[in-house]
Write a protein that binds this ligand. Structure first.
Ligand code: ATP
Ligand code: MG
Length: 265
């Protein structure tokens, strides 16, 4: 059975997509079979996996509207031509294209609309160890489809004052989905990202998080690292683009932490 995790935070620009693709690449690097689902019409996770969203024949949009299966719509990630990049294992991508933005409206009025992705994933459950879903920065029908099929939510967050405030909304949404739609759903962990230990406020917020959420805070810290920010313009996760970068190493370490934690969740 695969572990299905949403990477979600309704706050924009907190590192959801960076986390999803680097964790996918990190998990693949440690031998896990991974499917990455891009539920964001921006398609950044698709592009960051070396898949051109403008050239996709089938996407997660077709899967949600039930005009294609995941087996038909998935494509493998593609890396650069450097030998070190070519050697990196790939993962499967269920990509997003622009038309996904319309899915929100098209799904209204359809039956089982929040369960479309869950049903589609059931058919490929045995083929993956991990399914990672990159959610858009909203609590929309698309995010709801992600939350309805997931066993857990990974919440990337920056250690800033307002990050804690935003968390309350997400926690409430997850509680509601848990109560009404998906009994399996829980927050499996908060991931501190873009961390800069030189900034006192970040250390303080990091401590507050630990005190408040205990072992729900992942041990691995993802540092602010320019290589992670550069990688998407080459169509790769940092883990593939520059495996020796501090940020890339942190994501592989995070992948190991998740592999260790997953069976106990
Ligand atoms: P959105 O809400 O728009 O989907 P997001 O939450 O997916 O955004 P990202 O796109 O992953 O956020 O990251 C926002 C920006 O921060 C990007 O430019 C990304 O390259 C950069 N970034 C993310 N993580 C790091 C990091 N650890 N170090 C440096 N830059 C980072
Ligand atoms: Mg994103």
């Amino acid at each position: 059975m695969s572990h299905i995790f949403c990477v979600a935070n309704q706050k924009g620009g907190v590192g959801k997509t960076t986390t999803t693709v680097n964790l996918a690449a990190g998990l693949a690097a440690v031998g896990q079979r991974v499917l990455m689902v891009d539920l964001d019409p921006q398609g950044n996770a698709t592009m960051s996996s070396g898949v051109d969203k403008r050239k996709l024949l089938l996407s997660v949009y077709d899967v949600l509207l039930e005009t294609a299966s995941i087996t038909e719509a998935r494509v493998p990630s593609r890396w650069g031509s450097e030998p070190s990049q070519q050697k990196m294992p790939t993962y499967d991508v269920l990509g997003a294209s622009r038309e996904l933005a319309g899915a929100e409206v098209e799904l209204v009025g359809l039956e089982r609309r929040e369960n479309r992705l869950k049903q589609a994933l059931a058919a490929v459950d045995a083929e993956y160890d991990f399914v990672l879903i990159d959610c858009p920065p909203s609590l929309s029908m698309l995010t709801l489809n992600g939350l309805c099929c997931a066993h857990g939510v990974i919440v990337p967050m920056q250690c800033e004052y307002f990050a804690l405030e935003g968390l309350t909304d997400l926690v409430n949404t997850i509680k509601q989905v848990h109560a009404n739609l998906n009994r399996d759903l829980k927050i499996i962990g908060l991931l501190r990202v873009m961390f800069d230990p030189r900034i006192t406020l970040q250390q303080q917020v990091s401590e507050q998080l630990k005190n408040h959420f205990g072992d729900k805070v992942f041990n691995t810290l993802i540092p602010r690292n320019v290589r992670l920010a550069e990688a998407p313009s080459y169509g790769m996760p940092g883990v593939v683009f520059d495996p020796s970068a501090k940020g890339s190493q942190a994501f592989v370490e995070f992948a190991r932490e998740l592999v260790e934690r997953a069976p106990k969740l």
